[in-house]
Design a binder for this molecule. Structure first.
Ligand SMILES: [Zn+2]
Length: 157
């Protein structure tokens, strides 16, 4: 997928993950249709059992763009899919990731992790933790942010 098209994809223009989508591509093979989403087995199986769960009902880029009903259905699908993958591959751990940095259509990477895998103890994506920039807020700004988050939660946002 090509980052040059990200803005169009985010608006749902030419989005390659909109349904109906091919059952097999270079990136995945269809596994099952769930309530609000479909499950695909990733082509790259460095992490055996790595699947993508893609929202089917319409184009959305992020969880916050779902209705409450859609979110409940998608969350239930994620629960089912993860349980099925755990049953299928018996991993040591599971990572659940929704990124959308290449294709901004709501999907989850469900990534079984193994003590023997090449990045055990770290995310599978890109840089190691030691390579990531560290940013710390001044205490007052940090306290203000915590206050704002709590206020937003209390207001039901
Ligand atoms: Zn889409």
């Amino acid at each position: 997928m090509d980052n040059a098209h990200w803005n169009d994809f985010a608006l749902g223009i030419g989005c390659p993950m909109d349904a109906p989508r091919p059952r097999s591509t270079d990136d995945w093979d269809f596994v099952a249709e769930l309530t609000a989403s479909s499950l695909y087995l990733a082509t790259n199986q460095t992490y055996r059992g790595h699947c993508q769960l893609i929202f089917d009902r319409r184009h959305v880029a992020r969880v916050d763009q779902l209705s409450p009903e859609e979110w409940q259905a998608m969350a239930a699908d994620l629960f089912r899919a993860q349980a099925a993958i755990v049953e299928a591959v018996r991993p040591d751990h599971m990572n659940i990731e929704t990124l959308g940095n290449i294709v901004p259509h709501l999907h989850w990477h469900i990534v079984p992790r193994y003590r023997t895998d090449p990045r055990w103890g770290a995310p599978i994506w890109l840089t190691s933790l030691a390579d990531m920039k560290v940013t710390r807020l001044p205490p007052a700004e940090r306290d203000g942010l915590i206050h704002d988050l709590r206020a937003a939660l209390a207001s039901g946002v």
